[in-house]
Ligand binder design. Structure first.
Ligand code: ATP
Ligand code: MG
Length: 290
């Protein structure tokens, strides 16, 4: 059995023996088929820790993340955030759960309401979850949030379709930070971005973690992306965590054959690739030759 003890003291999130089964409802299945999306998955995330969940398509990563967010009820097992059971907290006080756990999903532009400006997008969680009701206070706090994600305040009046993918994902991260969450679940949060923008957003997430102490459950199918941000990594295959450990160990000496295959798919860094410098006022990367 995998050791769920977190190296960072008492765990913030503790997932124990999580199992999720979906009953097949297809026309020809007669309700008999069963999808075992997640089987007996246990892991913990410490305070201020980034835990990476990696695995091929269909391995159960999103289903695990949805359970952590309280969006999916487990068939079996438990999920605790600090002292609370997530499912019970969702029933008893969903706003407290939303305040403590936030999410950032894959498609940055589609996950923002196209009818709203960035100011309206940020004002909504500030009002609902952070008790910022006064309009001037909301504007001031929104500018601070944009500053935290290294976006200029001029962005406040833009709508999602007027943003680049990287800028939109930074707005999603700012929206997630509005309630000072303990944990952010990032499900394929950089997968839709080009490689240079991915690196910028991952660097930003690392800086935000250092500045705020927030924890991450960082879900992605790509080990190359996960290893940059994660302290520890759990490798999922066919609904199970088949290997878990410090990110450096998993990538240097993978013990499971499946992880070795995942690692083999990671391209070797190309020494001729130009270094990328981040320009905080633009989303595009600036390449340098040095
Ligand atoms: N609501 C649902 N009803 C039935 N089956 C589901 C449902 N949601 C997920 N599944 C199945 O559960 C399994 C795990 O799916 P999940 O979305 O968690 O995988 P994933 O690891 O996130 O994959 P990807 O990398 O493609 O996002 C898959 O076989 C999927 O088809
Ligand atoms: Mg998924």
């Amino acid at each position: 059995m995998i050791d769920t003890a977190s190296p960072n003291g008492a765990a913030l999130l503790r997932v124990e023996e999580l199992t999720v089964e979906f009953r097949g409802g297809g026309l020809f299945s007669l309700g008999r088929s069963m999808v075992h999306a997640v089987r007996n998955v246990s892991f913990s995330v410490g305070r201020g820790e980034a835990y990476g969940l990696v695995g091929e398509s269909g391995s159960g990563k999103t289903t695990t993340g949805r359970c952590v967010l309280g969006l999916q009820s487990p068939t079996k097992g438990s999920i605790r955030l600090a002292d609370d059971d997530v499912g019970e907290l969702r029933r008893r006080d969903p706003e407290v759960l939303h305040r403590r756990i936030q999410a950032v999903f894959q498609n940055p532009i589609a996950s923002l309401n196209p009818a709203m400006t960035v100011e309206m997008i940020l004002a909504e969680p500030l009002r609902r979850l952070a008790d910022v009701r006064d309009r001037d206070d909301a504007r001031r706090r929104s500018i601070e949030l944009l500053d935290e994600v290294r976006l200029p305040r001029e962005i406040l009046n833009r709508r999602p379709t007027e943003l680049s993918g990287g800028q939109a994902q930074r707005v999603s991260i700012a929206r997630a930070l509005a309630s000072h969450p303990m944990l952010i679940v990032l499900d394929e949060a950089v997968s839709a971005l080009d490689v240079a923008t991915q690196a910028q957003v991952i660097n930003l997430l690392a800086e935000l973690r250092d500045e705020t102490g927030v924890s991450y459950l960082f879900i992605a199918h790509d080990l190359a992306v996960v290893r940059h941000l994660s302290d520890r990594i759990g490798v999922m295959s066919n609904g199970e965590i088949v290997e878990e450990g410090p990110a450096s160990d998993i990538c240097r000496t993978p013990s499971h054959e499946y992880t070795q295959r995942l690692l083999a798919a990671v391209p070797v860094p190309d020494p001729t690739v130009k270094r990328v410098r981040r320009d905080p006022n633009r989303d595009e990367s600036v390449e340098t030759q040095d």
